[in-house]
Design a protein around this ligand. Structure first.
Ligand SMILES: Cc1cc2nc3c(=O)[nH]c(=O)nc-3n(C[C@H](O)[C@H](O)[C@H](O)COP(=O)(O)OP(=O)(O)OC[C@H]3O[C@@H](n4cnc5c(N)ncnc54)[C@H](O)[C@@H]3O)c2cc1C
Length: 384
């Protein structure tokens, strides 16, 4: 248990809500590969997913620091906020770069949950981590853009009404800079019909993620966010908030693993004494705890900078890296502590073990964060 918890009132409310969704709920969903619809709806109805939407649009206008505590507590309860975390932050592109008309039209409905905007279409099979190499093309045709191409690992599409799409609007060869030529669009998934073909990917975790194929998808020009060709910057702009918010889910996971393992270790008696009396059990958990507390400080430091409109690229990136590493250290320590029972689904450790591993890879891999720190913080030559 950390010595001083930030935002205790928010934590208490989320804990109360999460108690209605115990281990069995998440375990069954995992087994049946189903979406946590009831949980997400209740979180939405209580207004928690509208935390970052300003009050003038019907949200609660909370800070990233406060929002981060909401997601942390979901994961700390044994749940998985990745099913809905994007509803909290994808709208940031619309909020910061959308027109007044777009904001007035969509934000109140996103805040109320009438519109789920929780699909984010960036990654492509041929571009991977190199977003500047996206190929999906949006060709201007009168008052519309016509989109063709493919995306991969696009999550929650089947539980979203709208998707934020990053697509190329100028061929790469004609762009003065490789970060130009991409644009951001709001796609109405209901209206799109067959023009967006969705193929679910059978994945390691219960996370609805998909391959998408665009067949002459028509997007009204009115759904372009900001200026044409500047979309890469708009996406980049939202990434610091995303890094911090994903980092706190890892903190929640880490604390869940440590709590469970400490409890189990004290109860499990082998060789006539609790296994937690052995340093081989204690040290990895103590190490993971220290890593978690350190990562937590970086996460709040990044959030504080973000919330006071200060540059926070290094802190947000390091927070995401350190939080993911802390969660993974805690996951391994918890698995070892549980011995064979760590593999039994009924203990939930194996499920959380799989789930927490995602954050070392997505939304950005730890390697790319190390690249960022090496190049932009330490000033070393770009390695790729
Ligand atoms: C479950 C899941 C959900 C996802 N949801 C979404 C979503 O909703 N929307 C979306 O747009 N994307 C989503 N993604 C995609 C995710 O963001 C990408 O998987 C991630 O960015 C890495 O891209 P890649 O898989 O193509 O890996 P690659 O780019 O092929 O990289 C593979 C490995 O090589 C390493 N690597 C590559 N280049 C370098 C380099 N220069 N230096 C050091 N290491 C390097 C990477 O770090 C990584 O470890 C999701 C992925 C998963 C698994």
């Amino acid at each position: 248990m950390p010595s001083m918890e930030q935002c205790p009132e928010i934590r208490e409310e989320i804990r109360k809500l999460c108690r209605k969704y115990p281990d069995e709920y998440w375990r069954k969903l995992d087994k049946d590969d189903e979406y946590p619809e009831h949980f997400v709806q209740e979180l939405t109805d209580a207004g928690w997913l509208a935390a970052l939407i300003p009050e003038q649009y019907g949200g609660s206008g909370l800070t990233v620091r406060e929002a981060s505590v909401i997601l942390e507590e979901v994961n700390r309860s044994g749940g998985n906020a990745a099913a809905c975390h994007a509803q909290m932050y994808i709208m940031g592109a619309l909020l910061r770069h959308g027109s007044d008309e777009q904001k007035a039209r969509y934000l109140p409905k996103i805040a109320s949950g009438d519109i789920r905007l929780q699909a984010f279409g960036v990654t492509e099979p041929n571009a991977g981590s190199d977003t500047t190499q996206l190929e999906t093309f949006a060709r201007r045709d009168g008052d519309y853009y016509i989109v063709n191409g493919a995306k991969i690992f696009i999550s929650r599409v089947q539980h979203s009404d709208m998707m934020l799409l990053l697509a190329r609007t100028t061929p790469a060869a004609e762009c003065p800079k490789k970060t130009l030529g991409l644009s951001v669009f709001l796609v109405d998934l209901q209206e799109a019909g067959d023009a967006v073909e969705v193929r679910k990917i059978d994945a390691m975790i219960n996370h609805e993620t998909n391959q998408l194929f665009f067949h002459d998808l028509k997007i009204p020009k009115a759904n372009l966010i900001g200026e044409e060709d500047r979309g890469f910057y708009y996406i980049l702009d939202g990434m610091n908030a995303e890094r911090i918010l994903v980092g706190d889910e890892s903190i929640g996971d880490a604390r869940w693993f440590i709590d469970r393992a400490v409890k189990y270790g004290k109860e499990r008696v082998i060789f006539g004494r609790p296994i937690a009396q052995n340093q081989g059990i204690q040290f990895p958990l103590a190490q993971a705890y220290a890593q978690t507390e350190a990562a937590d400080l970086m996460r709040f430091r990044a959030a504080e900078l973000f919330d006071t409109s200060q540059a926070c690229g290094p802190e947000a990136n390091m927070a995401k890296l350190l939080c993911a590493q802390a969660a993974w250290a805690a996951a391994n320590a918890a698995l070892d502590t549980h011995g064979g029972y760590g593999f039994a689904a009924e203990y939930d450790v194996e499920r959380k073990f799989r789930e927490c591993r995602l954050f070392s890879i997505a939304p950005i891999s730890n390697n790319m964060i190390l690249n960022y720190v090496a190049e932009h913080v330490l000033g070393m030559p770009r390695s790729y």
